[in-house]
Design a protein around this ligand. Sequence first.
Ligand code: FMN
Length: 143
Amino acid sequence: MSKVYVVYWSQTGNTAAMAEGVAKGIKDAGHEAEIVDCSSAPMDELKNANAFAMGCSAMGSEVLEESEMEPFVEEVEGFVSGKTVGLFGSYGWGDGEWMRDWVDRMKSAGAKVLNDEGVICQETPDDAALEECAALGKQLASV
Ligand SMILES: Cc1cc2nc3c(=O)[nH]c(=O)nc-3n(C[C@H](O)[C@H](O)[C@H](O)COP(=O)(O)O)c2cc1C
């Protein structure tokens, strides 16, 4: 049973709740899941992993949070080639541009992005959004 990491940044808890949903899907698929804040991401473990999840809400003007998540993602870009990632995050008033840009960045870095898109939801995830997160977790567990 391999452990699947779910690394996230969240300001008010919306993306954190999505991370819980992803972890539930991983566990339901019989794998161990560990949710970690991006400021304490286990980089060595991620470098050795085949697959992991990353979550971040839309911040700034359709960008990732800049002080913690952006530096983390820049580091990930350096070793993510050939790995599978699942992306997720909450937004407010936009149309998901931050997530589309993030997907493109990960693909440009050589990663396989599950479903070619991230799981996004507006503000607090409802039951349907949490189900989508769990489905993403199940996909990650089967990589
Ligand atoms: C400083 C700031 C910038 C934001 N920028 C965007 C944005 O560019 N596009 C958007 O759709 N929502 C934006 N939002 C809304 C958040 O993405 C939204 O409230 C989200 O649910 C927060 O999730 P979290 O609790 O996981 O951080 C912004 C919120 C804040 C506080």
